[in-house]
Design a protein. Structure first.
Length: 187
């Protein structure tokens, strides 16, 4: 059976790490398109629990500095390499999106369903990256718990991580997944 276009797009999704990005700005219009695609994720009771805080240019550098300093303040065993990597991840990216869960104030659905909806929104961004030759990477370091010290979050919000975006030299890395037959039981 021939693989359809949508199957090819989904199967081409992969993580591209910030260290692989090249220094090339991402047009705001492209980021807006990615976010619009995210906005079409499934959501139980239409809670639309995704919120995105987009950092580009100077704001991503300031966020990187903040996160690196927060690491320095809170690390039980400080590593200069990790400190530098934290800063470099932000400076290497063309844009960084803070992924925020905006919990339904009425809590009409379980929190895990809203987290799943946010993850679906990120998957929509991720599979859309290929259309623009962008790489993407979702990172959820423990440091995200401190982002409320840098940006405003509502009482019903929490950061689930950062999605790094960037152009890269080559985005043709092959991802080998184990066979689906090993993960499926038919009844």
């Amino acid at each position: 059976m021939e693989v359809s276009q949508i199957n090819k797009i989904i199967r081409a999704r992969k993580s591209v790490y910030p260290r692989q990005y090249i220094d090339k700005p991402i047009p705001k219009k492209i980021i807006e398109e990615l976010l619009e695609n995210a906005n079409h994720a499934p959501t139980h009771r239409l809670t639309e629990p995704w919120r995105f805080k987009v950092f580009t240019d100077e704001s991503k550098m300031k966020l990187g500095d903040f996160m690196a300093e927060k690491y320095k303040e809170t690390a039980s065993e400080f590593s200069e390499a990790k400190y530098e990597k934290t800063k470099n991840n932000f400076s290497s990216a063309g844009a960084v999106i803070a992924i925020v869960l905006h919990r339904d104030p009425k809590e009409r659905v379980p929190e895990w369903e809203e987290v799943a909806s946010v993850a679906c929104a990120i998957q929509n961004i991720w599979i859309s990256c290929g259309q623009y030759d962008l790489g993407g990477y979702w990172s959820s370091p423990a440091l995200v718990a401190h982002i409320g010290d840098h940006i405003k979050l509502e009482a019903n919000e929490k950061c689930l991580g950062f999605f790094y975006l960037g152009y890269c030299e080559s985005n043709d890395r092959i991802i080998k997944k184990g066979p689906i037959e090993q993960k499926t039981e038919w009844y």
